[in-house]
Design a protein around this ligand. Structure first.
Ligand SMILES: [Zn+2]
Ligand SMILES: [Zn+2]
Length: 303
């Protein structure tokens, strides 16, 4: 049973507050590993919403240091303890993540000490945090029938920013993290069964309030336009494209879909919170809706 490979989108939103698209976070089952990719706002609620909890997470992978991707870090750590976690936390992230974790723990230290003394729980292991700072590409996990690799993506001025490649058996899943169109990601995603990619929908974030034209152009410039995202999947020869980190979160789904499909012939799915794509079962599940994905990549189809 070592070849499990699936992703559940816990949050498909971005920094904008949305009641339907929570902050970026993904639950990945890779081999026998249970992994959390990013821990945006609402991630712990969504973990419980899909029947699991922070106690079950073997490792937390952080794509980059942007608030929307790790604002619920402390919430994840403290609730894992409440959820009876009795083993250390393991966190992988970019340089700077160790200071970030240490500072986050320090802010809450006195409150935590009081809580620990009062609640008298049997284990404090959930507060023992093993941090791995990643400064290069390559394999970071190869265990329990799954493999995880880091890919550099382009989200400057935030550097480095990572995407992740998950492999189990003959299946391959790629998560883009936040990036503009990135040739390096396309290379890493070659032959992937599923590319999970961020997207920015042009024209759907108007200049209003404190927004400026220049600021909006900057936001667009470090994300991937809805008119470009299909190219990533097409050039990677991917089996399926799943869109997430939808900016803005209330973007028109049909327009987004048609723009992405213009560049990619395979299945394109506009992601929703708590949607699961299972690459071994070749299924997509969301709420009461379940449908099958083609089990053969479009490029390999015969006849
Ligand atoms: Zn983001
Ligand atoms: Zn970002």
């Amino acid at each position: 049973m070592g070849e499990k490979l699936s992703i559940t989108l816990l949050g498909t939103g971005c920094p904008s507050v949305s009641t339907t698209r929570y902050g970026p976070a993904n639950l990945v089952h890779c081999g026998e590993m249970t992994l959390l990719v990013d821990v945006g706002s609402g991630a712990t609620q969504r973990l419980v919403g899909c029947g699991t909890s922070g106690a079950a997470i073997d490792a937390l992978l952080i794509t980059h240091i942007h608030t929307d991707h790790l604002v619920d870090l402390y919430q994840f750590i403290i609730t894992s303890w409440h959820q009876n976690r009795d083993r250390k936390q393991v966190i992988y992230g970019p340089p700077g993540i160790r200071d970030f974790v240490d500072a986050t723990m320090a802010v809450w230290a006195s409150e935590r000490e009081l809580r620990i003394r009062w609640e008298k729980r049997a284990s404090l292991a959930a507060f023992d945090i093993e941090v791995h700072e990643l400064d290069n590409e390559g394999l970071i996990l190869d265990q329990a029938g799954g493999r995880v690799s880091v890919v550099m993506v382009e989200h400057q001025p935030v550097e480095p920013a990572f995407g992740f490649v998950f492999e189990a058996g003959d299946k391959k899943l790629v998560v883009s993290g936040d990036t503009r169109y990135c040739d390096n990601l396309v290379r890493a995603a070659q032959g992937a069964d599923l590319v999970v990619h961020e997207v920015f929908v042009h024209g759907q974030m108007p200049v209003k309030g404190t927004r400026t034209k220049e600021g909006l152009a900057n936001v667009a410039a470090y994300h991937t336009a809805s008119t470009d995202v299909g190219k990533v999947a097409a050039r990677a020869g991917a089996g399926c494209l799943l869109l997430t980190h939808i900016v803005p979160p209330d973007a028109d789904r049909l327009r987004l879909l048609s723009e992405a499909r213009a560049e990619f012939d395979g299945p394109v799915i506009v992601g929703e919170d708590l949607m699961t794509v299972d690459l071994v079962e070749c299924t997509v599940c969301h709420g009461n809706v379940t449908f099958a994905l083609p089990s053969v990549k479009p490029g390999k189809r015969t006849g």
